[in-house]
Design a protein around this ligand. Structure first.
Ligand code: GLC
Ligand code: CA
Length: 518
């Protein structure tokens, strides 16, 4: 591989997110593990994705299933050992794929030795590694900041008589990134995994790390002033330093940031003025949008044009925090979602199981696992974290049949049944991923949306006068097309090569546009 190609692998990559608890159990505890992921790599090779992103597998009391890290440089025994990790990484590389790991810089577990030291006394040398503040005169928290998981973001620590900040659970105290020792320690964590050979990081709620230094109140809703509890502009300096660290490796490693920012300009600012910050600030807009052609067109147009020259757009349709794709948009539309995700310009992230249409499962209250759901009824995320279904055995190949899986498995289709069906959703994902690999326009062509019948979203990927068209029917009625199209791929996986004059309900097609216009 030439150097440029090596350096730029992420620009064309399809990222596949694995929630390690839910992919494959191998040691009979009903919870997925690293060895399970390793054994399933042939499936990912066959699917045709380029990179695997693993949600956290570090030692953790699991108050937030690993997003509360007690040791950044090891593997939780539940998931395996560092040796298992090294084996997994080596096999991923041997298979020609990349590995992205999760980095949780905003907070540690309250059991992390740093926090244990910090809370031991006001004089401890690690005290300032976290965000502490006195009560107001009436004893109330220092300001009005709210935890994302509900309630005040401040927890009273009686023994030392101060509050500490937790933007998420009280078991997840926020670290103080304004202390240079914290930055140095967190960068050592990055180096630890970089030196082991990981290809990049997905950075958890990474814009939260810088807050108002004076801890002033957040504007009260409905104000649209930016919050003070997160995303302080000083975060850009940290991002540039992270980027310099990643760029110092050969080949450079990729920075993907979990950024929740509804304002397009502010969102795009995280690429950096000279593309010197995050390679990919996640774009979650399609996750939260009503599923209709007009809205999706508006959001894709906005994203594609907000990205600075030289940067890459990216699209996310599912992850471990959101209602499952099939549950959100309905099973009939999952093929439209697949074609949309894999034909837009930039980097798609595919959430494990969406390729077999894994549904949102209703988890009975007594089986709820997610601490957020236990704290705030209705907020539980278990329904989108249920185990992968591999076959039709009682535990669907996820774990041995005499073992209880950590969450129920549901009764829908599985990999084996879809394997046997050449027209399945899984077959469509494979076909589209193959087309992306073979068709340079889908990887590096530019993007423009074009007029389309109502209910449809149509766009083109082009380079000079070479054009590939995509038209997606978001509706349940057939739609006549203004002219004949020669089908490259239909979401229904039939009539490739034929000339069509209309789309069927919920059908999308990729088609060749003859030189001279569509
Ligand atoms: C991110 C993660 C989510 C976690 C939270 C706190 O949003 O995706 O799962 O609960 O950060 O770390
Ligand atoms: Ca296990």
């Amino acid at each position: 591989m030439g150097r440029v190609e090596t350096v730029q692998w992420w620009r064309d990559a399809v990222v596949y997110q694995i929630y390690p608890r839910s992919f494959q159990d191998t040691n009979r505890d009903g919870i997925g593990d690293l060895e399970g992921i390793r054994r399933r790599l042939p499936y990912l090779v066959d699917l045709g994705v380029d990179a695997v992103w693993l949600s956290p597998f570090y030692p953790s009391p699991m108050a937030d299933f690993g997003y509360d890290v007690a040791d950044y440089c090891d593997v939780d025994p539940m998931f395996g050992t560092l040796d298992d990790f090294d084996r997994l990484l080596a096999d991923i590389h041997a298979a020609g794929m990349k590995l992205i790991v999760d980095w949780v810089p905003n907070h540690t577990s309250d059991r992390h030795p740093w926090f244990v030291a910090a809370r031991s006394s006001k004089e401890d040398e690690k005290r300032d590694w976290y965000v502490w503040a006195d009560a107001r005169p009436d004893g109330s928290p220092p300001n009005n900041w709210q935890s994302v998981f509900g309630g005040s973001a401040w927890q009273w620590d009686a023994p030392t008589g101060q509050f500490y900040l937790h933007s998420f659970l009280p078991e997840q105290p926020d670290v103080n990134w304004r202390n240079p020792e914290v930055e140095a320690a967190m960068f050592d964590v990055l180096r630890f995994w970089l030196d082991r050979g990981v290809d990049g990081f997905r950075m958890d709620v990474v814009s939260f790390i810088m807050k108002d230094p004076e801890l002033r109140d957040d504007p009260e809703p409905p104000s649209d002033l930016p919050p003070r509890s997160r995303a302080h502009p000083d975060v850009h300096g940290v991002f540039r330093r992270i980027r310099r660290l990643l760029d110092s490796y050969d080949p450079p490693r990729v920075a993907i940031g979990e950024i929740h920012e509804p304002d397009w300009d502010r969102w795009a600012s995280y690429y950096g003025q000279d593309n010197d910050e995050l390679h990919l600030p996640f774009n979650f807009t399609l996750l939260h949008a009503p599923w209709n052609a007009r809205v999706i067109r508006r959001l894709v147009d906005a994203c594609d044009s907000a990205v600075p020259e030289g940067g890459r757009p990216n699209y996310v349709l599912g992850n471990h925090d959101e209602v499952r794709l099939a549950g959100r948009i309905g099973p009939e539309q999952t093929r439209i979602a697949a074609m949309l995700l894999l034909t837009l310009r930039g980097v798609p992230t595919l959430y494990y199981g969406d390729e077999i249409g894994l549904e949102q499962l209703d988890i009975a209250p007594e089986r709820q696992q997610d601490p957020w759901g236990r704290r705030v009824p209705g907020m539980g995320r278990d329904g989108c974290r249920t185990p992968m279904r591999w076959d039709d055995s009682p535990n669907r190949g996820f774990c041995d049949d005499d073992v209880e899986p950590w969450l129920p498995l549901g009764t829908g289709p599985d990999v084996a049944s879809m394997d046997a069906d050449p027209g399945s959703l899984l077959a469509l994902y494979r076909r589209l991923l193959e087309l992306r690999r073979k068709e340079p326009l889908l990887r590096s062509g530019r993007y423009r949306s074009v007029e389309a019948p109502p209910a449809c979203f149509a766009f083109e990927r082009f380079d000079g006068d070479r054009v590939l068209g995509v038209v997606l029917n978001f509706g349940s009625d057939p739609v006549p097309l203004p002219d004949t199209r020669r089908v490259r791929v239909s979401t229904l996986l039939d009539r490739s090569g034929s000339q069509i004059r209309s789309l069927r309900p919920h059908e999308g097609v990729v088609f060749d546009v003859p030189v001279g216009g569509s």
